[in-house]
Write a protein that binds this ligand. Structure first.
Ligand code: FES
Length: 64
């Protein structure tokens, strides 16, 4: 699913960035050029990043 139509960035692109170590909206914005045109995708992108970071934290705590 496209999250950022201006830049052609999907939810999977964002999830991959988190899986590869990105830890914040700012970091992913700089990495993918996400949200740098109209900015309408920012709330959705932030929600996806927040969910992914929560999932990652949960997985890490189970692994510990
Ligand atoms: S939809 Fe992402 S910058 Fe416009």
């Amino acid at each position: 699913m496209y999250v950022c139509l201006c830049r052609g960035i999907t939810d999977q692109d964002i999830k991959d960035a988190v899986a590869n170590g990105a830890e914040s909206y700012r970091e992913i914005r700089d990495l993918l050029d996400l949200g740098t045109c109209c900015g309408r995708c920012a709330p959705e992108a932030r929600a996806i990043i927040s969910d992914e970071l929560s999932d990652l934290a949960a997985r890490l705590s189970y692994a510990a």
